[in-house]
Design a protein around this ligand. Structure first.
Ligand code: ZN
Length: 231
């Protein structure tokens, strides 16, 4: 039996501590939200959006799914993007992958997990598109890290190609799309250098970000990737 009483007690303690610091906090938030950021990340329990960028409730609008995939026919993700861009008017969309992603690992190992395999076909599309580059990486851990990085760049490109984002740029709404990757090993986010402000920038930005990956994957202190059980 899960300890729901314990969870609810933790919730009460959290709420009380927050109100002790800022008595108006929840009242203010209940009246409106005005986040500047939309976070599109992996569902993995180790990659919690608010905590990673140290943001309070109300500061980041979040959409998460397995392997942070952005599919042009996924009404769930598209609706989150549309609401964030058209209604909340966020200024930045962050596509955030992570090293050690179990979804990416399953694709590389061609492992069968069930229904989710169909979802992960979208990551397999990224793998196939970059098969040549991935083949040159002998170490499987580094190949995994590289596919995690490539997946972020391609999913960020998918965000840029959505009608919601293109329409926002067409009407001159300030909005940029970024690609980041998070390391489970040290809690640090690494900027993959894709920052797109309008439609014509997408091609050159994507190419530049891909070219920057010419260095070994998971370099410096940002990652020592390891296989992950899930996510
Ligand atoms: Zn993941």
């Amino acid at each position: 039996m899960p300890d729901f009483d314990g969870l609810l007690a933790r919730n009460r303690a959290w709420s009380e501590a927050l109100r002790a610091r800022d008595p108006e906090f929840f009242k203010r938030l209940s009246e409106q939200q005005a986040p500047q950021y939309l976070w599109i990340g992996c569902s993995d329990s180790r990659v919690p959006a608010n905590q990673i960028i140290d943001m309070a409730p109300g500061e980041v609008f979040v959409h998460r799914n397995v392997a942070n995939v952005v599919v042009h026919t996924d009404l769930n993700c598209l609706s989150a993007i549309q609401f964030a861009v058209d209604v909340l008017k966020v200024r930045h969309i962050l596509v955030v992958g992570h090293y050690g992603c179990g979804g990416v690992q399953a694709v590389l190992e061609k492992r069968r997990l069930g229904l989710v395999d169909n979802w992960l076909r979208h990551v397999d599309d990224v793998r196939r598109e970059h098969a040549e580059a991935l083949r040159t990486i002998a170490d499987p851990r580094l190949r995994h890290a590289r596919l995690c990085e490539l997946n972020v760049i391609e999913q960020a490109a998918n965000v840029c190609q959505s009608t919601v984002v293109r329409d926002a740029w067409e009407r001159g709404q300030p909005l940029s799309v970024h690609g980041w990757i998070y390391s489970l090993e040290n809690g640090l986010v690494h900027d993959l250098g894709i920052d797109v402000d309008d439609t014509p920038m997408l091609g050159p930005c994507r190419q530049q970000a891909l070219a920057q990956l010419a260095t070994p994957p998971g370099d410096d202190a940002t990652a020592r990737p390891r296989p992950a059980p899930a996510g």
